[in-house]
Unconditional design. Structure first.
Ligand code: FES
Length: 606
């Protein structure tokens, strides 16, 4: 105990010296920020006292080769690492964890790398969305149950970002997010390939029999050229960008390609900064406020971002005790210009975006639409972080006078088919389909759709509305990215490339098409989508924000009386827990018992 206190004093001195020398990462520069006493560090409860349990903690640390000088009186920084061999988007995160550690040591902290559940979008079935809340729970409980004063979160693949942040917001310890970064541009015979978007595009051509197997294999080997996340403005890049807008990453971090040497330097700087954040007691709920989320919503539209952001932002805000209604997205969509000319809604890829100035440059242009006073992990405001950002390619990042789209990239629809709302990414659809009335072709499940969609006898025309149900949060379950229903092969061969599709599923952020998504309430729980019959007339009117089936109320009442719920898939295990607690799409799909800001007790140490 005595030896511990002496070490504490000397290490605190060392920390201050580091700050004075300017070697620490950027932080508050104006008024001196009150610094914590080392004894008030959360980890002191584990390492500090002169008792039986602390003896165990210190002796086992010694057993791993750590002297008291390594940790005593220092912020203990958890590096929550979602690296795994099965997750190609995070393939470099083992190495990056070492870069975080270097930064933590440099700033006078004690790093502990802790592996966490990996959500590998390409390999995990039925869908990573089934496990977002599980990773959020795991993150919260890892931080709660171990001697942690602050954390660096390593992730990037789609659901990983909201999951890690949801857990960190709930636990409310100082946290900084290190985005994995987008992979390099794809390349095939000199042609640039974009993740997801070009897969969909060329698969459509293959199904239309315009591409042979050899070409398909060449594309397969050219589209993913490095570690990192999808390099279109899909869900991964949308969510890492929004994380930066919310204030949880260093300025510019989300745009750096995964294998660019600027990436490990940013990671190292994040490791240094988190130590300072612990001393400053700068916590997630000290950073987040309602206008932080408004900034993030505006950024979704300026980026031409993924529809998945709607669900994730609602859920993340819920963890901070902030309620976001679906209509707020529509409100921002109608007044926010799309400035990033990035696929799937634009022309370029994330690598181009980085060279053009990246997110800080885009936010600099978007400034009149943002609340620049919001705080960030740097200890400075968003406005201070982006004050000197510049655009280096004005075709990739457009000005307010020359946007890719003036407004309206996304619309929230309502009507008797979606009383609680549905979402369409209008910017990714053929314009002629945005006001459309036609007969429904209905599939009750993904399997049924797969079996029937290419049947030459399917009664379908280019005008038909394809409907998929039982693909929502409970119905699939997990709300997979099935919403971009494949088009019937017989229509593809005639040149049809887009049709109105409606489902309670999600859609990959890299996909495109006139796809109405997130229909709520979902069909599995008896939402009106469950009542549609083959041949019913469906009316989509995006300008009027309407989605209706033209069926009388009496007939709908008869159908409702006859409707019977389907059996759930899980009798036990995580699947059963999921079915019991998952909320609907318009509510963010969090578990009901994880929402809100009720205090979490610190663990007892006995
Ligand atoms: Fe991981 Fe797209 S598959 S980001």
């Amino acid at each position: 105990m005595f030896r511990f206190l002496r070490l504490t004093a000397s290490h605190r001195g060392g920390q201050n010296a580091l700050s004075r020398s300017g070697a620490a990462a950027p932080g508050r520069t104006k008024n001196p920020v009150p610094r914590k006493d080392p004894k008030s560090l959360r980890s002191y409860r584990w390492y500090g006292p002169d008792d039986l349990r602390s003896f165990g903690h210190r002796s086992r640390a010694a057993g791993m080769g750590c002297a008291q000088a390594d940790y005593a009186g220092k912020p203990v920084i958890a590096i929550i690492n979602t690296w795994a061999d099965v997750n190609p988007c995070h393939a470099h995160l083992r190495e990056r964890a070492e870069h975080v550690k270097r930064g933590v040591w440099q700033a006078g902290g004690f790093p502990l790398e802790i592996p966490a559940f990996t959500l590998g979008e390409t390999f995990q079935k039925p869908t990573t969305m089934m496990y977002r809340n599980l990773l959020a729970m795991e993150t919260e409980e890892l931080l709660r149950s171990y001697p942690v004063d602050g954390c660096v979160l390593l992730g990037g693949c789609d659901k990983t970002t909201p999951a890690l942040l949801m857990g960190a917001i709930s636990m409310n310890l100082p946290a900084i997010y290190v985005p994995a970064g987008p992979m390099l541009r794809g390349n095939w015979h000199g042609e640039v390939l974009g993740s997801g978007s070009d897969v969909t595009k060329y698969w459509t051509e293959r199904r239309a029999e315009n591409i042979d197997l050899q070409t398909w294999t060449e594309i397969e080997n050219g589209i993913a050229r490095s570690a990192g996340t999808c390099m279109t403005m899909g869900t991964a890049s949308t969510m890492t960008s929004l994380t930066e807008v919310l204030g949880f990453s260093l300025p510019g971090a989300s745009s750096i390609p995964a294998v660019d040497s600027n990436h490990p330097r940013m990671v190292n700087q994040s490791g240094r900064r988190i130590v300072e954040m612990v001393w400053e007691d700068l916590k997630p709920r000290g950073i987040l406020r309602e206008s932080s989320f408004n900034n993030a919503i505006a950024a979704v539209f300026a980026l031409g971002g993924s529809t998945n952001a709607v669900i994730h932002l609602i859920a993340m805000a819920g963890r901070a005790g902030i309620k976001i209604m679906l209509n707020r997205f529509d409100e921002f969509s109608s007044k926010t210009p799309m400035l990033a000319n990035i696929r799937p809604s634009g022309k370029y890829l994330m690598e181009d975006f980085y060279y053009a100035g990246g997110l800080p440059a885009l936010l600099h242009v978007l400034a009149p639409h943002l609340d620049l006073t919001c705080l960030t992990v740097t200890g400075k405001t968003l406005g201070e972080n982006i004050a000197t950002a510049k655009i280096y390619n004005s075709d990739v990042i457009r000005g307010l006078d020359n946007p890719v789209l003036a407004s309206g990239g996304l619309a929230i629809l309502r009507g008797n088919l979606a009383p609680d709302g549905a979402v369409i990414k209008a910017s990714a659809a053929e314009a002629r389909l945005l006001k459309h009335r036609a007969r429904a072709v209905v599939f009750d499940s993904f399997d049924e759709m797969s079996a029937r969609i290419d049947d030459p006898a399917l009664d379908v025309t280019a005008d038909s509305v394809l409907i998929l149900r039982n693909a929502g949060p409970k119905g699939a379950p997990g709300m997979p990215e099935w919403g971009n229903l494949p088009l019937p092969q017989k229509l593809l061969k005639t040149g049809v490339r887009d049709m109105v599709r409606i489902s309670d599923a999600r859609m990959s952020g890299t996909s495109y098409g006139a796809c109405v998504l997130h229909v709520s309430p979902e069909s599995f729980v008896g939402g009106p989508l469950a009542l549609v019959k083959e041949g019913d007339l469906i009316e989509l009117d995006v300008p009027a924000r309407k989605l209706n089936m033209l069926v009388s109320d009496d007939e709908l009442a008869r159908r409702r009386a006859a409707w019977r719920p389907r059996e759930g898939m899980y009798a036990r295990g995580y699947g059963k827990l999921f079915m019991q607690h998952i909320k609907q799409a318009h509510e963010g799909c969090d578990f009901d018992f994880l929402e809100g800001t009720a205090p979490i007790p610190e663990p007892e140490i006995h």
